[in-house]
Write a protein that binds this ligand. Structure first.
Ligand SMILES: Nc1ncnc2c1ncn2[C@@H]1O[C@H](COP(=O)(O)OP(=O)(O)OP(=O)(O)O)[C@@H](O)[C@H]1O
Ligand SMILES: [Mg+2]
Length: 387
């Protein structure tokens, strides 16, 4: 088919032509927006899930929804480095300043908020060095907390009268530097106590709830945690068939079934296989032979991109860990068995295991057990399945 018209969007955070299987989460966010209009505030949302299930896409859709409802919206992607923390502060400051320009607040209020925002951004450059994981706030963090809280309070006072809110949408939230994370969580906590319309909405890997709980013990109760997993067969079918039919083409039932089964409901794979199907199809309806061809080319491109980029992210020691898992003969080996296979103690390999989990290379379906995100048989294992 004409490649310029290819509707599928394999990528990272790229809007799919058909956003399937996320109605419940979007309705939950709609409810939050509706409650804000009535000055009745709810908890923020945390979206957790494996790589490629569509967290970024969903988070961005929620941020759009918030913007359409006149919220002040800050959208950021967390990074581990110190520069990442500074970039994040600058983004908060930039987005808030931009939002202020478009609002009808009194002049004096805009001026005050603007100067608070500037202060927040200027002190970003003076904000500590290195990562602090201590729960006791270092002096810079304490002042950062006060500045941010003041800003949120002032801004929320104005937004509340309008029936609007301030939303900070953080992608890859498990990567956020501990001091900044603590400030955001403490501010959310204060907001809930004081009735400020301030909401953190985050997305991250399955270790996100643990990262938040380690930063602040009350984080477990602060948010509505949602696991974003693979979509159902019907939803996967709609993700393939609807974009094709919108362009006046058709796909046989058999071909659609083939792609749906091969994707195991995994959104990223749906886009990869859909993209290849459109590319290889020579006429309508798209046939099962073309679907088989598309899936095999799709797998080759996954091997070259999706999997190899993960491998490149791993250090030598982490690769040895991954290799030992791969040859363990079981899909969910015990961490103790991997340590034995590597001829090391649990303690000495634990940092490599933890680093692999943090990088999203593997995950822990239960205590003492590790697994790859996707088995060789094409099944996707998700935390949701374990419940
Ligand atoms: N609900 C959906 N329906 C169909 N396709 C989707 C859906 N959500 C995401 N996608 C597609 O799946 C791919 C991955 O989406 P996204 O980047 O949002 O995943 P992610 O969970 O953020 O991944 P990562 O953990 O690697 O950041 C993209 O190509 C996107 O277009
Ligand atoms: Mg993402």
């Amino acid at each position: 088919m004409e490649s310029g018209l290819n509707p599928f969007t394999p990528g990272s955070g790229t809007r799919p032509p058909e956003l399937v299987g996320r109605t419940r989460e979007l309705e939950r966010f709609d409810l939050l927006v509706a409650r804000v209009k009535q000055r009745r505030y709810d908890r923020g949302l945390m979206l957790q899930g494996l790589r490629g299930v569509g967290k970024t896409t969903l988070l961005a859709t929620m941020a759009d929804q918030a913007r359409r409802n006149d919220w002040v919206v800050v959208e950021v992607e967390a990074q581990t480095s110190q520069e990442g923390a500074e970039a994040l502060r600058r983004r908060i400051s930039k987005d808030v300043t931009r939002a202020l320009r478009r609002r009808k607040f009194a002049r004096s209020i805009v001026d005050r908020l603007r100067s608070m925002t500037e202060e927040f951004s200027v002190s970003a450059t003076a904000f500590g060095t290195g990562v602090s994981v201590s729960k006791a706030a270092p002096p810079q963090q304490a002042s950062l907390g006060v500045e941010f809280e003041d800003l949120v309070e002032e801004l929320c006072d104005e937004l509340r009268t309008e029936g609007n809110a301030f939303g900070v949408f953080v992608d890859e939230m498990q990567e956020l530097e501990a001091p900044l994370l603590q400030v955001l969580l403490a501010t959310q906590h204060r907001a809930a106590q004081r009735g400020w319309p301030f909401f953190l909405v985050g997305a991250g890997l399955p270790n996100l709830p643990q990262v938040l709980a380690d930063a602040r013990s009350y984080a477990e109760r602060q948010f509505d945690y949602r696991t974003i997993g693979p979509v159902s067969n019907d939803e996967a079918r709609a993700a393939i068939v609807a974009p094709i039919s919108r362009l006046g083409q058709a796909v046989t039932d058999e071909a659609a079934d083939y792609v749906v089964t091969a994707s195991a409901g995994y959104p990223y794979f749906l886009q990869v296989f859909g993209y290849e199907l459109w590319r290889v199809a020579t006429g309508s309806p798209f046939s099962v032979i073309e679907a088989e061809d598309a899936v095999s080319t799709g797998h080759a491109s996954l091997d070259a991109g999706f999997y190899s980029s993960r491998w490149l992210r791993a250090t030598e020691a982490e690769r040895r860990y991954l290799h030992a898992m791969a040859v363990s003969g079981t899909e969910q080996p015990r961490s103790s068995a991997i340590a034995t296979a590597l001829g090391s103690s649990m303690q000495s390999v634990a940092p490599h295991r933890d680093a692999c989990i943090k990088k999203g290379l593997i995950w822990a379906p239960e205590r003492g057990v590790v697994a790859f995100y996707r088995s060789r048989h094409g099944r996707v294992h998700s935390p949701a399945e374990q419940r």
